[in-house]
Design a protein around this ligand. Structure first.
Ligand SMILES: NC(=O)c1ccc[n+]([C@@H]2O[C@H](COP(=O)([O-])OP(=O)(O)OC[C@H]3O[C@@H](n4cnc5c(N)ncnc54)[C@H](OP(=O)(O)O)[C@@H]3O)[C@@H](O)[C@H]2O)c1
Length: 239
């Protein structure tokens, strides 16, 4: 890990698998990390792997639908690493169904994890960033935050709202030199939705999203990429 980058502490949510796991793996050679998710075993396995390879990684399990656990997570991150310079709101989930069929509790749950949790995490890290006049928030949204789709009433609503939150947050904090970005990937080959996604002609790898996020974390202190829509290219084996 280079000394200059060792200064920037990154908190990655949803790091136990999928996109968040790939983001942590990509960043660990250059940045101190706090990784989180609910599954302590998976978090600790990733922490060990990355630390054995020379990283500086702390794991703090948390359920992000609990505001108390979010508060404890941010306090724990600051206690162990000194501060949070970059928050990556990646944890998220989808429950799909026609609007008249989707359960109210499921609709609420999707909003709670995909929208409320990023808001509460941002709120918890922001005062310190404002004091230091530096920081970064990266929200992993989706193409479903730009286009509605059949069965996406809850999920697309949460991601459109996350994009609106991201836009407004950037206006709130740009005077303090804090960068705010939405990343909107198309389909990614993860266990999102409950089972591993099949390889198909157009699908991103989690590492593709991690590569894009790395670009943002590396971005200079005078630039702020606003939104990235990341589409898959037709895979070589299907061309
Ligand atoms: N896969 C796609 O096609 C795709 C496309 C565009 C955008 N996205 C977005 O990318 C993000 C990551 O998705 P993914 O595909 O990597 O999904 P995934 O493989 O299902 O991983 C989701 C992550 O979120 C964590 N998580 C879920 N519920 C949580 C909770 N209540 N509290 C704390 N952590 C929780 C999970 O950890 P635990 O289960 O251990 O808590 C896991 O680490 C999401 O925001 C998703 O909307 C995905």
């Amino acid at each position: 890990m280079t000394d200059t980058k060792r200064e920037k502490v990154v908190l990655v949510t949803g790091a136990t698998r999928g996109i968040g796991h790939a983001i942590a793996e990509n960043l660990a050679d250059a940045y101190p990390l706090v990784i989180t998710g609910r599954s302590a075993d998976q978090l600790n396995a990733l922490k060990k792997k990355l630390n054995d390879a020379g990283g500086k990684v702390e794991a703090i399990p948390a359920d992000l639908t609990s505001s108390d656990e979010i508060q404890a997570l941010v306090e724990g991150a600051i206690r162990s690493m000194g501060r949070v310079d970059c928050l990556i709101n990646n944890a998220g989930m989808g429950i799909f169904g026609r609007v008249d069929e989707i359960q109210e509790k499921d609709f609420r749950y999707v909003l709670e994890l995909n929208l409320l949790a990023p808001y509460l995490l941002t709120k918890a890290v922001l005062p310190d960033m404002i004091t230091r006049k530096s920081g970064q928030v990266i929200n992993i949204s989706s193409v479903a935050g730009l286009n509605g789709f059949k069965g996406g009433g809850a999920y697309a609503a949460s991601k459109f709202a996350l994009n609106g939150f991201t836009e407004s947050l950037r206006e709130d904090v740009k005077e303090f030199g804090i960068a705010v970005t939405a990343v909107c990937p198309g389909g990614v080959r993860t266990e999102f939705g409950g089972s591993p996604a099949a390889v198909r002609d157009f699908v991103l790898e989690p590492e593709d999203v991690a590569h894009t996020v790395r670009y943002l974390v590396d971005e200079s202190e005078t630039a702020n990429t606003k939104l990235i829509e990341l589409k898959p290219r037709r895979r070589p084996d299907f061309r």
